[in-house]
Design a protein around this ligand. Structure first.
Ligand SMILES: Nc1ncnc2c1ncn2[C@@H]1O[C@H](COP(=O)(O)OP(=O)(O)OP(=O)(O)O)[C@@H](O)[C@H]1O
Length: 421
């Protein structure tokens, strides 16, 4: 625990009070909450991001959304110096709330400050809110300018799901938190029955959760107190495929947007043909699914997912059961679509090689109740050629993933689970 004096020195580094009443800084120091985060944790996962902002005590925090953007930002991509501010709170009056996720890259300690409280105290001291956090305002003004329009930020916060079949409760997922930035390709792996599909269904809005919240672009889409609903902003591609066998590829493509009244028939046909052409599938538009290979059907399904311009694409083991050669083809097709659209993708699989080959980040889940055990950052350049699969850096990542999943699979086995990863 820091003393009040130490806290005041830390706060003074970045919080410039207009008229500088030392009393307010002291009040702030005493009210701030000291929190510790493990490596890989996301600061916002423990509290309402619209209310808090943070002062670094020690450690290292980076901002994946900022890193993802190409332009230069006024905001630091990393927060490393004690006293630096990060996060977004309701500290500044009149500014729209914009959330930036913050990932701890090493064990990190912070002072968490309730922005609403701070705002109220500023008013009581006659401090105009806008002058009090100059560093933060500058940072966010820069960020605000640059990320407007980017969509697909998924925030899963402390999610728990308890199934209660016949009164015998099954805790499928517990304390599960993860931030997926706009345009990120994130794979989830873990032993059988650890809760991967449960999590995906909760994001898709197919199922309720017992506690926690799930946000999409800052808007709550699932929580214990709301009735989750699927929406066209989140498209799911399942392992068993979902093309209508009685309809041609083109009819399959246009059906959704027409039924949902998002497009008229003419617009839908135009969009479908445009998408098929972009991935070299124009020739199959009049074929029926039964006339095509399973690999081709999967490719069509993924392209179909883009018809509604979703914010997030959720894939639940879409390539399970395909032979190795077909998998290579569909992997490349998916990567091509990803390069083209840069949609946020949440991809569930048992295949660790597939996860590393496709994703920016692989999340390893613990055995049931599932939570995030380990994050494997896949810093391999894109586009990714198939030859990458034999290269040492790829094999090293695969070995790390195998180690982490195997450990959990053994635990699952010991706990009496029949199936293994
Ligand atoms: N509707 C349900 N009612 C009761 N228990 C359920 C229900 N759905 C899933 N479960 C249980 O919740 C746990 C997590 O299931 P889930 O399907 O999410 O795991 P998974 O990691 O996707 O598994 P797999 O890799 O085998 O597909 C399992 O123990 C499962 O038996």
């Amino acid at each position: 625990m820091l003393s009040t004096h130490e806290r005041v020195s830390l706060l003074r580094a970045n919080i410039h009070l207009g008229r500088g009443p030392a009393k307010l800084l002291e009040e702030l120091a005493e009210a701030a909450e000291e929190l510790s985060f493990a490596k890989g944790e996301v600061v916002f996962s423990r509290r309402d991001p619209s209310i808090y902002f943070y002062v670094l005590v020690n450690g290292h925090v980076s901002h994946p959304e900022v890193q993802a953007a190409e332009e230069q930002f006024a905001i630091a991509r990393e927060t490393t110096a004690p006293g630096q501010l990060f996060g977004w709170g309701a500290a500044v009056e009149g500014m729209p709330i914009r959330i930036i996720s913050a990932r701890c890259d090493e064990p990190t300690r912070v002072l968490a400050i309730d922005g609403k409280w701070f705002q109220a105290r500023c008013r009581a001291h006659g401090e105009p809110g806008l002058n009090t956090l100059q560093g933060l305002v500058r940072a966010f003004a820069g960020h605000e300018r640059n990320i407007v329009g980017r969509r697909g930020w998924l925030s899963i916060r402390s999610v728990q799901k308890v199934y209660d079949p016949f009164g015998k409760s099954v805790v499928a997922v517990d304390s599960c938190s993860v931030e997926i930035r706009p345009g990120e390709f994130c794979a989830i792996v873990g032993p059988s029955g650890c809760g991967k599909s449960t999590l995906l269904n909760a994001v898709a809005g197919f199922d309720t959760i017992t506690s926690g919240e799930i946000y999409l672009d800052g808007q709550c889409i699932n929580s214990a107190t709301m009735k989750a609903q699927p929406g066209p902003d989140r498209i799911v591609v399942f392992q068993h495929g979902a093309l209508f066998p009685w309809a041609t590829v083109l009819e399959n493509m246009i059906r959704g947007p027409i039924v949902q009244k998002k497009m008229n028939k003419h617009q839908a046909i135009q969009k479908a043909r445009e998408l098929l052409a972009r991935v070299g599938l124009s020739k199959v538009e009049n074929l029926y699914p039964t006339d095509m290979s399973s690999g081709m059907c999967r490719r069509v399904e993924i392209v179909r997912a883009l018809m509604n311009d979703p914010r997030v694409i959720l894939l639940d083991e879409p390539f399970r059961g395909l032979d190795a050669l077909t998998k290579t083809v569909v992997h490349n097709a998916l990567l091509e679509i990803y390069e083209m659209e840069r949609k946020t993708i949440l991809f569930i699989t048992h295949d660790l090689e597939e996860a590393i080959y496709l994703a920016d980040r692989v999340l390893v889940m613990t055995t049931r109740p599932g939570s995030i055990k380990q994050t494997i950052f896949v810093d391999l350049p894109r586009p990714r050629p198939t030859e990458l699969l034999g290269q040492p850096e790829f094999l090293q990542l695969k070995e790390n993933a195998i180690g982490a999943v195997h450990e959990e699979a053994v635990k699952a086995f010991e706990a009496g689970e029949r199936e293994m990863a």
